[in-house]
Design a protein around this ligand. Structure first.
Ligand code: IMP
Length: 426
């Protein structure tokens, strides 16, 4: 199948960047379809490509280090143009070739995040009794303005007349919120100047990306759709209201790119244990020393906000649910190496408040379920250099097999370290 869609299976941070970088070697287009610079996709590259090796991408698609790929920010993404210009410049300074209009395109239909959206995000968080723990990047307010039909689109940045009009109208609405909170009003003139300057820089990249992608697909080009966040952060299918404001699962890949629904290979990325950043239910969460140890072993700190990630055991109920929602054909299991020396535990059922067992993820009261665990012996060997499934310790193999059995999903690839080549293909 010429189109592959990569989605996070739980709450993001599964290691999608590495998998996309790996798959991009055989791809013509890499396309972000949702989220914004709340995402943080980490690539660990050979020093000859990006100097220090580690590269964290927030808006620029993870195919950017492959010179043959065209990297597209689709219409479903919310774009902070100032951040995008800075991210591009930073990457260029590190020797990565980005030529706007050639290997980097931005949909003219993608909505714009303003500094005012970030302030609105922070204001909303401070006013909530039950906090979501957003990244504070203005994601929710920008998507709200899209739904409210008052948003600005990237194409407006190169249309000064419509931009000024839209910005002036938007300022009226924002200032109604800001003024009572004692916050500075949205400065239309200064914002206009910044946006026009960013628009001028980005101009060669601003295109009808949906048209480009439909033509590419018709010409048989290979397209890789890069999900951000994860299925359980999806606005509709996730752990609402503790979700992001975009469609993080496969459905968003169609609406967020302008490509028609068509058959594609969906690959779900899932970590060998579970993590979550921000608030919200997390049935298998650990609160003991094991959590501290796993956090340290897996370097589990948010790549966008630096927050310590919450840690828990692998949850087959949640993974099975996300597998169904996303239509994942197979899983890539990441960070298996991190479990070296730890006991292995998988949630295989949830006990509900009335005592019944279920394998289905409930839409309500997820914070009240009691996960029922299967415990398995761990492995003590370092597996970072293993490249062949059969060469894994027997207990690691048993764990992978149990994951397949309880999720109903095949584990096609296993990642055993952050490096590009640290993969086991089956
Ligand atoms: P927002 O996307 O900034 O509105 O945040 C909503 C929720 O999604 C919060 O719990 C964030 O921590 C979480 N979130 C957003 N983006 C990511 C991500 O890329 N990885 C993990 N969690 C994320």
């Amino acid at each position: 199948m010429p189109t592959t869609c990569v989605v996070g299976i739980l709450w993001g941070d599964e290691g999608k960047g590495k998998v996309i970088d790996y798959l991009a070697a055989e791809t013509d287009y890499v396309v972000r379809f949702g989220g914004g610079h709340n995402a943080g996709h980490t690539l660990v590259l050979p020093p000859e490509i990006a100097g220090e090796g580690k590269l964290v991408l927030h808006l620029v698609p993870s195919g950017i280090v492959h010179s043959h790929t065209v990297n597209v920010i689709g219409n479903g993404v919310v774009v902070d143009p100032i951040h995008l210009c800075q991210e591009i410049e930073k990457l260029q300074k590190r020797g990565i070739s980005i030529e706007l209009g050639r290997n980097m395109l931005v949909s003219e239909r993608a909505h714009v995040i303003l500094e005012a959206h970030q302030r609105q995000d922070q204001l909303a968080e401070s006013g909530r009794n039950s906090k979501i723990g957003t990244t504070g990047r203005g994601i929710g307010p920008a998507y709200s303005d899209r739904c409210g039909r008052i948003g600005l689109r990237v194409g407006d940045l190169i249309r000064p007349d419509t931009l000024r009009q839209a910005l002036t109208a938007l300022a009226v609405q924002k200032n109604v919120l800001f003024e009572p909170a004692g916050m500075a009003p949205l400065d239309v003139d200064a914002t206009f100047d910044q946006l026009v300057a960013a628009g001028e820089k980005l101009r060669p990249a601003i295109v009808d990306a949906g048209l480009v992608l439909r033509q590419a697909r018709n010409a048989g080009k290979r397209i890789l759709l890069e999900g951000a966040q994860g299925c359980l952060l999806d606005l509709e299918h996730g752990t609402y209201p503790f979700v992001t404001s975009s469609h993080a699962t496969t459905g968003g890949a169609y609406s967020g790119t302008g490509m028609p629904p068509h058959e594609m290979l969906t690959v779900g990325i899932v970590k060998a244990y579970a993590t979550r950043v921000g608030e919200g239910p997390f049935p298998t969460e650990l609160f003991d020393e094991t959590a501290e140890q796993l956090r340290a072993a897996g370097k589990e700190y948010g790549s966008t906000t630096g927050r310590p990630r919450r840690i828990g055991w692998f949850d087959t109920v949640a993974v099975r649910y996300s597998g169904g929602i996303s239509g994942a054909h197979e899983l890539v299991l990441t960070s298996l190496d991190v479990l070296q020396g730890f006991p292995l535990k998988l949630a295989v059922d949830y006990k509900l408040a009335d005592g019944t067992l279920t394998k289905n993820l409930p839409a309500f009261d997820l914070d009240k379920v009691e996960p029922q665990f299967l415990e398995m012996p761990g492995f003590d060997e370092n597996i970072c250099d293993v490249r062949d499934f059969d060469a894994l310790p027997q207990n690691a193999k048993n764990y992978v097999t149990a994951i397949e059995e309880h999720t109903g999903l095949r584990v096609g690839t296993i990642s055993v370290g952050p490096g590009r080549d640290q993969l086991i293909k089956r």
